[in-house]
Design a protein around this ligand. Sequence first.
Ligand code: HEM
Length: 446
Amino acid sequence: MTRPFIPPHPPRPPRPVAGWRGFFGERARSSVYGWSERAFETDHIKRRILGFTVHVLLDPDHVQQVLLEEAANYAKPDIVHELLHPIIGHGLLTSDGELWREQRRIVAASFAPGAVETQRDRFIEAANRAMDGWNDGQLVDMAAEATRTTMTVIALALFGGDPRLISDTSMAHIAAAIEGFSEARMLALLRLPQFPLTARGRAGQRGQIFLRRTLSEVVDDRWHGRVADDFLTGVVTALRERFPDEQARALAIDNAATFYLAGHETTANALTWTLFLLAEQPELQEQLAEEATAALDGGGRATIDGLSLLRRALMESMRLYPPVPRFDRQAIEPARLGEWDVKPGDIVSIWPWLIHRHRKLWDEPDTFRIDRFEAKAGRHRFQYLPFGGGPRTCVGAQFATIEALTLLAHWLRRWKFVSLGRPVEPGGMVTLRPKGGLILKLEQRR
Ligand code: HEM
C-alpha cells in the first residue's frame, strides 16, 4: 500500500468571499480558485452575480433531478451559446431540443463500445508517435505532449488523419482560443460586445477564426467527395439527408469544431493530471508499469480487465482534477430543488470540482486513494461525474476512457515519468489543466 498523498489544491478561505471579489479576484485566476471551506460541506449555494441568480448544486439528488429526471426543463444557458457560438455554433454540445436529439442520433453509433474498440489501433499509433520523439533523460512538457497526442488521436480516429489538424500551428491557435475564453466570458457577463481588449483576447479571436477556416476546408473536402470514408464524411452525409444544404454545411462545420475541440483537450488534461499524480507517487507508478507490461505482453492490445489498477488511478485522477470542473444549465420553467425555488432563467451550476471533494460524500476527500474505486457500492450515481450525466452525458466517455488507458499503458511500459519537485497549480477557465504546463523528466525503462 502506498503512502497517503494529498495533491495540491487552491487555498480555501474559511468563509465565502464577497461575490465581486471571488469573481474578479480569486476566481479570475482559474475556475477553481476562490471557493471557501463552506463550499465543500454545504448542500446548496445561491448567489446573485451580475444580475444572474446562480444555484450551485452540491446534493447529488438535486444533480440527478436536473441532469436526468427533469432534464427537459434545463437547457444550455444563453451565455454558453453566446460564448461558444463563434467557434462551435449549433453543434451537438451547444444545441437543445430536437436539433440536439437529431445530431446525437447521427453520431451515437460511432461512439458505442464496439465502435470504440475498432479505434484501438489509432490510439496505439498515436502513443507510439509520441514516444518516437522522446529521449532518455529529457525534460518534457507532458501537458503539451498529451495535447499533441490526443489531437493526433482525434485526427486519426474521426478526420482520416488530416495533417491540417495535427500541426503545431493548429495547436497554438487552439491554446490561444481557449486562453481567450476568460475575457470573452467577462465581456458576455457584463453584456458588452465581443471586442477583445487585451492581446490575449485578440489572439483568442484569431485562433477561433483560424479554426473555423481550417475546419470549413476539411468539411468541404468531404462535401465534394474528395476524401474517402471517415467519421466526418458520415456526419456530412447524414446531415445532408436531414437538412437543407446551407444548414447542413454549417452544422457539419459546427460538429467538426465540436468534436475536434471537445474530443482532445479534455482527454489531454486527464492524461496530464494522471502523469503528475504518478510522478509524485513513484511506487504506485511502478505497480502500474508492471500491470501495463503484463497486460500488453502478447501483442500490444491490453484489455480493460488487465488494467484494473490503472483504471482506478485514472478515475481517482479525474475525481481530484476533473478535466471539466463545471458545467451549467438554465431553467426554462419554475422548479423546486429540495427547499430551493428555481425561477425561469436561473442558472443551475454543477461543479464536479466541488462535488468530487465534498466532505459529506467522500472519506478523506482531498487524499489520492485508488482503493475508493474498488467497488461501486455506496456511491451515489451523481456524486462522481467527470463526464456529466443523464441524456447529455459525454458522448465520448467510452472513447476517452479507452484512449487514456491505452496511451498511459503504452507509455508507462516503456518510460518512467519523474517529478522535478516543482509546484503545480490548477489553472484554466474552461477546462482544468496545470498552469504553465507539466515538465517531467523521462527515463527509458530497460
Ligand atoms: C476525459 C475526457 C473527457 C471529459 C472529462 C469530458 C467531459 C464532458 C462533460 C462533463 C460533458 C457534459 C457537459 C454538459 O452536460 O454540459 C461532455 C459532453 C460532451 N463531450 Fe466530452 N469529455 C471528454 C472526452 C470527450 C471526447 C473524447 C469526445 C469526442 C470524441 C467528447 C465529446 C463530447 C460531446 C460532443 C459532448 C456533448 C454531448 C451532448 O450534449 O449530447 N468528449 N463531455
